[in-house]
Every structure is written in structure tokens, then in C-alpha cells.
Design a protein around this ligand. Structure first.
Ligand code: PMP
Ligand code: GLU
Length: 384
């Protein structure tokens, strides 16, 4: 025990990521020989598409191993701007920062905008790291609960209107949503736009699950009239291209944002990994077929899980995107998840981690066989 460290208030305000904590626990148990069905971490179970891997290897062979310019290589920034223009966002390459993962893009955004005491509004259930990033920046949280509305935003717009005010600094929108899979309707996003314009609020649009949408249409918030100058669009390669370990993401925003956030970027990470950025260009330009195949596989798994739960009389508010669903469980979701892993060897994340007690988040990025096995084990242990 040492008392040499006087930890910052900032770091003491937050807990480790609950999603990563559960998947670490599952990995530890597996290392000890247990057979865990791990439905905890949000990570596609596919290999990175071959053309992307080859592009990464080619970039290494070509010697792309040094620093790049801090905000990213020009080819990737241009490919990202082109991609954003494809979803109706008025984007230029010099409005982009390429980051080591979407998480870093979000972290830089919170740090760039939030001062001590600034109000940040989250839509619950909300992904674990938004709360932690708000607290690390010193912000105060206000929350709107979408759970009573089948996790949809449109029916909760009145509550959102009551929550935001001229004092709100930042609103975080994540569609498709982690942890619910909900895809917000264009009407809902227009409602967000109206409130953001009325109260002069900046909005993070975290679109990392944008390519994993089934029976709905993804709308980029920054493409709506009035939103171009107040939206920070965050995205990443982890989910769409099954590139979680490559660590690649980006920020797009207008005006001075990139200049200001770029200061933090240059003083912290310097740049994203050089050869990974080259692989990112290939991902954006030549991977549509593989992305579509993965999306279809996710859709089949979602439908399978819904059927399996239905057989046991459990109704889930299933979303049209991402690869998550919120399973209603006991009020004490922590205890339920503990029993699930300890007794049934099935790992899920307690809804409380997303400010949604009474649910367990299931990541269905697993094979049909493992999903069936998970449900069988939960039933056998009286957890369903
Ligand atoms: N946003 C959301 C909603 C996520 O679920 C994740 C997953 N970790 C991220 C951002 C960040 O992903 P990454 O850092 O792997 O790009
Ligand atoms: N976003 C994924 C999840 O929610 C990966 C883990 C994390 O970054 O939190 O499970």
C-alpha cells in the first residue's frame, strides 16, 4: 500500500467501463477453463474483411510506419468527407480529425466543449462511456428515460423539451443505439434539431452503428437543416468493418471545432496509427459487400433471439439496428447478471451500467449456435 499518489478528483469521479469489466471477467473464467457464452462486449465476431487486412499489410510493406499529420492522412480525411457527403452532410476533408477509435473521438469532443458545471443531456439507456466522459470533463448530467417508450425518442420529445434549456451545453444522440438497438426516426431527429436550434445546444451524433441498420433508415443528424454548424458527428470503423482492435475512428464538425479539438489530439495521441489509416481508406472505398453480409447475419441472429425469447413468453423491445437488445430481467439486474455468469456461464451487461435497471444488455454478435446455447442455459438455471 502506498499513499504517494493523490489522485485527481476527476479520476475518482468515474468507475472502470462496465462493458469491458464484464468481458474481462468472462475472459478470465475462460482462461480458467470455463465455457462461457460471452454476450457482454459489443464486438462483431467476424474477421476483419480480407481486403482491409491486405491493405494494412501493404501499407506496412510500403513503410507507412511513421507519424502522420496529426489530424490524419489526406487520403483518409478525403474518403471520410466523401462518405459523409453520401449521407447528406456538407463535409470537407479539413473538417475531419482521424482518431484511434470512436471512443477517443468522443473523449476529445467532451473535453473540447465541456467546462466544470456545464449541463450534458443523455438519452437513457445510454452507453456507459458518455457518463464517464461527462464526469471526466466536469460536466453535470441530465437524463431523459426512453425505457417507457419502447426505447424510442419520438414519443419522448416532450420530456426532452422539458429537460433541455438555454443552460444546456451538449446533447448526446446515438442512433442506432447502444444498448437498445433503437434507430431514431427522422421526425425524432427533427425534434432534436428544433430544440437544439431554439436553445443553441451543440449535439454529438454518435453514428458508429450506422451501417448496421435493418428495417429502418439511418438519418445523419448533421444533414438536417440547421444542424450542420452545431453537430459533432462521431464515427468509427470498429463495428461496421469488424475492426475493433485496429482502433480507428473520426470526428467531423464545422467551424473552429477541429482547430480546438486538434490541440488536444496533438498533445495526447499525436495521430492515429499510420498503416491503420491506409487500411481505413480501403474499408471506406471497397467493403460494401462484406458489410452487407455481416448486417444480414446480425439481422438473422436478432430474429432468432426474438423467437427464442418469445417461446419462453418474453417480449423484448427489439431495435432496428446495432447488435444489442435489452432483455427485461429482475429488478436487481446486477444480481441477475451475476447469476447468469456464475450459474449459467452466460455473460451479459447489467442494464444499470446504462442507467436502465431491470434489464440485461445482450450483444448478439455471436453465432446462432451460441445464442441458442445461451438461452438454453438461462432457462435451465431458471433465469428466464
Ligand atoms: N460509441 C458507441 C455507442 C459504442 O458502442 C462504442 C463501442 N466501444 C464506441 C462509440 C467506441 O468504439 P471504438 O472506440 O471501438 O471505435
Ligand atoms: N462499445 C462496446 C460495448 O458497449 C465495446 C466496449 C466499450 O467500449 O465499452 O460493449
Amino acid at each position: 500500500m502506498t499513499d504517494a499518489y493523490d489522485f485527481s478528483d476527476r479520476i475518482e469521479r468515474v468507475a472502470p467501463s462496465a462493458t469491458l469489466a464484464i468481458s474481462n471477467l468472462a475472459a478470465e473464467k475462460e482462461a480458467e477453463g470455463a465455457d462461457i457464452v460471452d454476450l457482454s462486449v459489443g464486438e462483431p465476431d467476424f474477421d476483419t474483411p480480407e481486403n482491409i487486412v491486405e491493405a494494412g499489410k501493404d501499407a506496412l510493406d510500403a513503410g507507412h510506419t511513421g507519424y502522420t499529420s496529426s489530424n490524419g492522412i489526406p487520403q483518409l480525411k478525403e474518403a471520410i468527407a466523401e462518405k459523409l457527403r453520401g449521407t447528406g452532410i456538407d463535409a470537407d476533408a479539413d473538417e475531419v480529425i482521424v482518431t484511434p477509435g470512436g471512443k477517443q473521438a468522443l473523449y476529445e469532443t467532451f473535453q473540447t466543449l465541456i467546462d466544470e458545471g456545464d449541463e450534458v443531456v443523455l438519452l437513457d439507456p445510454a452507453w456507459v462511456s458518455y457518463e464517464a466522459m461527462t464526469k471526466l470533463a466536469g460536466g453535470d448530467l441530465s437524463r431523459v428515460d426512453l425505457s417507457p417508450h419502447g426505447f424510442q425518442l419520438e414519443p419522448a420529445l416532450d420530456e426532452l423539451a422539458e429537460t433541455v434549456s438555454d443552460d444546456t451545453e451538449l446533447l448526446v444522440v446515438n442512433s442506432p443505439s447502444n444498448p437498445t438497438g433503437a434507430v431514431f426516426s427522422e421526425t425524432a431527429l427533427e425534434g432534436v434539431r428544433d430544440l437544439a436550434v431554439e436553445h443553441d445546444i451543440a449535439v454529438i451524433s454518435d453514428e458508429i452503428y450506422e451501417r448496421i441498420v435493418y428495417d429502418a433508415e439511418h438519418v445523419s443528424l448533421a444533414s438536417l437543416d440547421g444542424m450542420a454548424d452545431r453537430t459533432i458527428t462521431v464515427n468509427g470503423f470498429s463495428k461496421a468493418y469488424s475492426m475493433t482492435g485496429w482502433r480507428l475512428g473520426y470526428i467531423h464538425a464545422k467551424g473552429d471545432f477541429v482547430g480546438e479539438a486538434g490541440k488536444l489530439h496533438s498533445h495526447s495521441v499525436s495521430c492515429a496509427v499510420n498503416f491503420v489509416q491506409h487500411a481505413g481508406v480501403e474499408a471506406l472505398e471497397n467493403t460494401d459487400e462484406a458489410v452487407a453480409e455481416m448486417r444480414e447475419a446480425f439481422a438473422d441472429r436478432r430474429d432468432l433471439l426474438v423467437d427464442l425469447f418469445d417461446e419462453h413468453g418474453i417480449d423484448v423491445d427489439v431495435g432496428d439496428g446495432a447488435f444489442y437488445m435489452m432483455l427485461p430481467v429482475d429488478e436487481d439486474d446486477q444480481a441477475w447478471c451475476e447469476a447468469a455468469i456464475e450459474e449459467a456461464s452466460v455473460a451479459c451487461v447489467p442494464g444499470s451500467a446504462f442507467n436502465a435497471p431491470g434489464y440485461a444488455r445482450i450483444s448478439y454478435a455471436a453465432s446462432a449456435e451460441r445464442l441458442r446455447e445461451a438461452v438454453d442455459r438461462l432457462v435451465a438455471n431458471d433465469l428466464l
